[in-house]
Design a protein around this ligand. Sequence first.
Ligand SMILES: Cc1cc2nc3c(=O)[nH]c(=O)nc-3n(C[C@H](O)[C@H](O)[C@H](O)COP(=O)(O)OP(=O)(O)OC[C@H]3O[C@@H](n4cnc5c(N)ncnc54)[C@H](O)[C@@H]3O)c2cc1C
Length: 377
Amino acid sequence: MNIVIVGAGLMGRLVALDLHRKGHQITLLDRDTKQGKQSSAYAAAGLLTPLGEAFKAEPNIVAMGLAALQKWPALVASLDEPVFFQQQGALMVCHEQDKGDFLRQQRYLQQHYAEHPMHTLDRAGIEALEPELGRSFNLGLYLPEEGQIGNRRLLIALQKQLQRYGINWLEQSDVTSLCAKSGQVSYQRQEQQYSITADIIIDCRGVNAAETHNGLANSSLSTLRGVRGELFQLFAPEVNISRPIRLMHPRYQLYIAPKSKGFYVVGATEIESEDKGPMTVRSALELLSAAYSVHPGFAEAQIRQHVSALRPAFQDNQPKLIRNNKLIHVNGLFRHGFLIAPIIMEQTTALVEAMATSQISLATLPHNQFIQVQDCD
Ligand SMILES: Cc1cc2nc3c(=O)[nH]c(=O)nc-3n(C[C@H](O)[C@H](O)[C@H](O)COP(=O)(O)OP(=O)(O)OC[C@H]3O[C@@H](n4cnc5c(N)ncnc54)[C@H](O)[C@@H]3O)c2cc1C
């Protein structure tokens, strides 16, 4: 099949990889350069923490995240370039005054996910796991199955792999219209207008798919919105934290994700706003003071980057696969893109394969227990 994928962020790259490996002919278009700095994927923290998300996410997202964690190691190993991936668990902690909320959330996890290991820790237990955090906290919950991925390294590794496969990747190509019936994709590149025709178009434009100009309006995407997220990248060589830390707080949930060589991501806000402007003072104050309360060593950290970006989300915060004739929309991954990506990738590939053989039995797709395709044919 001749397949055009629009958007080379997280899902565009992964779906391109999988479909190429299944023998399809892929053209990948993105308005950005191959570095993908405009994508939500570039801004992200790369946490793969399904149980940590369980208080805010629906059970199918948590289940998808747990299933995807089994798939990430093989996916990463199939790439020629190294990608940081670790599954050494995550630690949830709280300050003394927030103990009530912490215990309530701990009970929720114990009641709903009893089959997954979790260990309540006192100060000594925290110290044994993360020696530099023992002096800040008396109470923690260790979730040993949680993981983490190097999101930017993954984007690079996927780019190099797709290049090695010789995939036709048209960068700086701004798609201006998609036709579900004819399979025609129109795009603008260096002020010239072009169009190509595909057997199947896969729309992975993330939050930008909601754009309503240039004939791209689509009712199935009408509830797509951006949810603003902000985070810091700090360089703190004197801080030693080896796994993601989640600070449970009644107003905001902060996480600290260790990256390589003294770098830490501190995030992330979740604001119902489509403002794409730089980080606000309020967010900066909240994030940095919370980080400092976790480890005073962050006072000496260098702020290397402050990032703000929009997460693509539908009204119900659920990811969606929507098929309309020759067009498939893959969208709404919200704050869980990396967490659930391998499952969404496999479900998209299975849908394409079903369409390719003209046996579109949506009932038999492999991941229907997590996400079902919406058909608007
Ligand atoms: C601050 C922040 C922190 C996050 N942290 C995490 C985390 O820790 N764990 C996790 O699982 N998820 C996290 N996420 C969510 C995750 O990043 C997203 O769910 C995921 O990136 C969505 O993938 P996508 O492929 O749908 O969209 P994107 O990754 O945004 O890719 C969309 C691509 O489409 C391209 N595009 C858009 N419009 C056009 C057009 N008209 N023509 C051509 N190309 C176009 C864009 O340039 C972009 O490259 C975070 C997000 C944010 C913002």
